[in-house]
Write a protein that binds this ligand. Structure first.
Ligand SMILES: Cc1cc2nc3c(=O)[nH]c(=O)nc-3n(C[C@H](O)[C@H](O)[C@H](O)COP(=O)(O)OP(=O)(O)OC[C@H]3O[C@@H](n4cnc5c(N)ncnc54)[C@H](O)[C@@H]3O)c2cc1C
Length: 485
């Protein structure tokens, strides 16, 4: 284990934890510790203990103890984060928030709900559905991702192009600070101009500033009509042109997704979908309460795709047809994992954002870099939000493949920054992306560290992440894989 500067490594007083949480909710078995040592990233490190609170008071007591004893505490939701945000690189206590999973209030007249942080996204949507409402930031991991984790990562998803990311949906929250104090941030109103918007600061803070113990979120009516379309393109740059044209046309897509040729080949190979193997496909959707308005939006997008040399264009309101159109995109993530038995699908530089005019160029850059470094990379993503995903398919046991991956992502991030893009659009920074994040935010790093120091002077809350992450994530942090040369 790495000894963090400023924090003496101490063993945890297990009896104190059992006193706060009860025997059943304190885990110190090596197998439990191992399981909680990684998330959906490439990283791994062993925690010293795992605790599972049921109440805010327990969280407060833990923080007061940990702050006093200078023990790192790492909040954790579903553990689906892809950049090592919950990996305890300096040891410490994993605070597993999943038992705090009550939906406290669904307030229809005021259009908000109050939830505990361990509520799983899909469960919130199941509860809202009978009221004709939905919570839109929903990431693709909604079956496991918790509201606390989504807030801490500022998660977003396919519909964020129209409805916004988590930050846009959060009205307020209750937060336990590193010293155990409980604070209420934000309001229950749609707008607020009462001083610093500290609840917004908590969004995207990756568990480094406070523990969210309650969130007030807005929701929106489920639209009466949804129409989805697909267009194929023989040239990536034509698809890129269509993206910018749609986004500046006045149409409001409720989804605008790009999949490239590598992605299409991957789903065809592993899922037998029989999709036409073109340079790129765009999947677009419009939704709303008035059919004529949805027709207008979808026709506008169709027109633009046609103008930009899109072919095989089809659209449908029918839920089964829509599911078919979306299948290639939906199955992409598992398809990449199954692409080749000897290759793992890794999340390294996996969710950059670039301006619309650079989407096609970015996809081309990904292909060029992959070829140069002899690895397989795809380009796909929520292009309506400017988000471009990639996965690196590689033999994670081979040191030379890690070296190639490292070279590839360095080149990709250099490109992203050169076109005024950003290191992460939705998955956050954690450990894997810290190197590029620090370059991108070079002139505000001191400010970020000052905020961290003010809120968490003992640096006990998820230390070693974001601007504090070690210089080289491959060698300085443990990996989930046994790497040989
Ligand atoms: C298959 C797959 C698909 C995905 N698709 C998407 C996607 O479409 N969009 C997207 O944005 N992300 C996606 N992700 C990434 C990830 O699922 C999201 O970022 C999600 O929001 C993480 O939620 P979680 O509950 O698993 O959080 P965790 O991974 O457990 O934690 C994430 C961060 O939140 C902090 N945290 C957790 N709970 C609290 C709390 N109560 N208070 C303070 N901090 C807390 C943790 O310390 C950590 O920094 C995907 C992941 C997978 C595996």
């Amino acid at each position: 284990m790495i000894h963090q500067k400023g924090i003496p490594m101490k063993s945890v007083d297990e009896s104190k934890l059992r006193e706060i949480f009860g025997d059943n909710n304190v885990k110190t078995d090596p197998s439990d510790l191992y399981a909680f040592g990684s998330d959906s990233s490439v990283h791994h490190a062993m925690p010293w203990a795992v605790v599972r609170p049921d109440t805010t008071e327990q969280v407060q007591k833990l923080m007061a103890y940990a702050n006093d004893a200078l023990i790192p505490v790492i909040p954790r939701g579903g553990g689906s984060g892809m950049c090592g945000q919950t990996v305890p690189i300096y040891g410490g206590i994993i605070l597993d928030m999943k038992r705090m999973n009550r939906i406290l209030e669904i307030n229809l007249p005021d259009v908000y709900c109050r939830v505990e942080p361990g509520v799983v996204d899909d469960d919130l949507n199941l509860a809202l559905k009978p009221h004709g409402m939905f919570y839109p930031p929903t990431p693709a991991s909604s079956r496991i991702a918790t509201i606390g984790g989504e807030i801490a990562n500022n998660a977003s998803g396919v519909r964020s192009v129209k409805y916004g990311a988590t930050r846009d949906a959060v009205l307020g929250m209750k937060v336990v600070m590193p010293n155990g104090d409980l604070v209420t941030l934000g309001a229950h109103t749609r707008v607020e101009a009462s001083g610093y918007q500290l609840h917004k600061l908590m969004v995207g803070s990756e568990g480094t500033l406070g523990i969210v113990v309650e969130a007030t979120l807005n929701f929106v009516p489920i639209p009466e009509y949804r129409c989805m379309g697909i267009a194929n393109f023989d040239d990536l740059s034509h698809a890129g042109g269509a993206i910018g044209a749609i986004m500046s046309s006045g149409a409001t897509p409720s989804m605008l997704e790009l999949v490239d040729s590598v992605a299409i080949k991957a789903v065809n190979k592993t899922m037998n979908l029989g999709l036409k193997e073109v340079a790129a496909s765009l999947i677009f959707e419009a939704d709303g309460m008035v059919k004529e308005a949805v027709d207008y939006e979808i026709n506008k997008m169709k027109e633009i795709c046609t103008k930009h040399h899109g072919s095989d264009i089809k659209t449908s309101y029918d839920p089964k047809e829509r599911a078919k159109i979306f299948m290639g995109r939906k199955k992409l993530f598992p398809a990449l994992s199954k692409y080749d038995d000897n290759l793992s699908s890794t999340s390294l530089a996996d969710d950059m954002a670039v301006p619309y005019s650079k989407m096609a160029e970015m996809a081309g850059k990904i292909h060029e870099v992959a070829k140069k470094n002899n690895i397989i990379m795809t380009a796909y993503g929520h292009c309506g939000s400017g988000c471009m995903h990639t996965k690196i398919l590689m033999d994670t046991n081979r040191e030379d493949q890690w070296a190639s991956a490292k070279k590839a992502i360095t080149e990709i991030y250099e490109y992203v920054r050169s076109v005024n893009g950003t290191t992460s659009a939705e998955h956050g920074i954690g450990l894997s992306k810290a190197e590029s994040f620090k370059v991108e935010k070079a002139d505000s790093l001191k400010l970020l560290q000052t905020i961290k120091q003010a809120l968490d002077p003992n640096n006990i809350l998820n230390p070693g992440k974001l601007m504090q992450a070690p210089e080289d994530w491959v060698t300085a942090t443990g990996l989930r894989y046994a790497v040989h040369n």
